[in-house]
Design a protein around this ligand. Structure first.
Ligand SMILES: NC(=O)c1ccc[n+]([C@@H]2O[C@H](COP(=O)([O-])OP(=O)(O)OC[C@H]3O[C@@H](n4cnc5c(N)ncnc54)[C@H](O)[C@@H]3O)[C@@H](O)[C@H]2O)c1
Length: 304
């Protein structure tokens, strides 16, 4: 049976559990060889275990697919470089990078510690940048050698990055930063055959099942559509990671249950130009007039 990703090699970070695991299984089901990265940390990023990545590799192999595990920390240069090297050593090529790994350390801003800020910015934002950078260096070398790849990168943002989320200042900032990184990567890397898009998913994983238990619950009837299963997000990710999405780059999609939404970002609204410097009072008056004709921002998740 032919698959959408036959002959392609995909790296998925944080693929030992949750959404990453679902993506890895879905890529393998479409014929990709998969590098299953996971550091095997706890929900707050503490600890480490090789087991989650190895289990997903075994699941893929049991279903007749090909996969290898990588247990490195993707927010380090060594981890990111060895991740790309694992794909090249095991399969001789790299076609798709799915940046997905991460964890939470939620707290209201007045109580948010510097260590909690640093840990969450590091794992999500640096954890996207470093694998992207190492994969992109490989693809640029391929392009310069006359073998322009059909390369794809899928980033993982969040509703928290799009709209903000109360109690998640660190996470919201990191996930918004990923959107900026996605735009720049799409603009810089297109010439090397690399397309870069982002998703904002929602699904039942250990990251969400306690906070949003009711909304995430599986249906009682096993025959009913399990809307919040992580596997519902993966089909779009597989398409964005395949050659089939030619021409689609720098875009952001929300993906949840059976729904896919293209997110439309910041754009200029009402504007005024004095043609000279405003006084502060004039600037305030002008700003108020403009705001009266502008769309109000969408509500922040969890805001009163
Ligand atoms: N679940 C949702 O509804 C939801 C919503 C929005 C965004 N997201 C994002 O989706 C991604 C996946 O989240 P999930 O819900 O599947 O969570 P999860 O906790 O089930 O899985 C995340 C995986 O990442 C791994 N990981 C953490 N730090 C790592 C590191 N430094 N190196 C390698 N692996 C590491 C963990 O061990 C874990 O297996 C995250 O980026 C998350 O922020 C999830």
């Amino acid at each position: 049976m032919s698959g959408l990703c036959d002959g392609r090699v995909t790296v998925v970070t944080g693929a030992g559990r949750g959404l990453g695991r679902a993506h890895a299984l879905a890529f393998a089901a479409e014929g990709a060889k998969v590098v299953v990265n996971d550091l095997g940390v706890g929900p707050d990023g503490a600890g480490a275990s090789a087991d989650p990545a190895q289990q997903v590799v075994e699941e893929i192999r049991a279903a007749g697919g090909e996969a290898v595990a990588h247990g490195g920390d993707i927010a380090t240069t060594d981890g990111a470089a060895s991740l790309v090297a694992t794909a090249l050593d095991a399969y001789g090529r790299l076609d798709t990078l799915v940046n997905n790994a991460g964890f939470l350390r939620d707290r209201m801003l007045v109580n948010l510690g510097e260590d909690e800020w640093d840990a969450v910015i590091r794992v999500h934002l640096k954890g996207h940048f470093l694998p992207l950078r190492h994969a992109a260096a490989h693809w640029r070398a391929e392009a310069k050698a006359g073998r322009t790849p059909v390369a794809r990168v899928v980033h993982t943002s969040s509703g928290a990055g799009l709209l903000g989320s109360v109690g998640q200042g660190n996470y919201s900032a990191a996930k918004a930063g990923i959107l900026g990184l996605t735009s720049v990567a799409a603009a810089e890397l297109g010439r090397y055959g690399v397309q870069v898009n982002a998703i904002a998913p929602a699904a039942r994983t250990r990251m969400t099942e306690t906070t949003f238990a009711g909304a995430m619950a599986a249906p009682e009837d096993p025959a009913a559509f399990d809307a919040m299963a992580p596997a519902n997000v993966s089909p779009l990710v597989v398409w964005l990671g395949s050659a089939a999405c030619a021409g689609v780059t720098g875009r952001v999609f929300e993906a949840e249950a059976g729904r896919i939404t293209v997110m439309e970002g910041w754009r200029p609204g009402p504007t005024a130009d004095k043609g000279a410097r405003w006084t502060p009072a004039e600037a305030g008056e002008a700003a108020r007039k403009l705001l009266a004709g502008a769309e109000p921002p969408p509500p922040v998740y969890g805001a009163p």
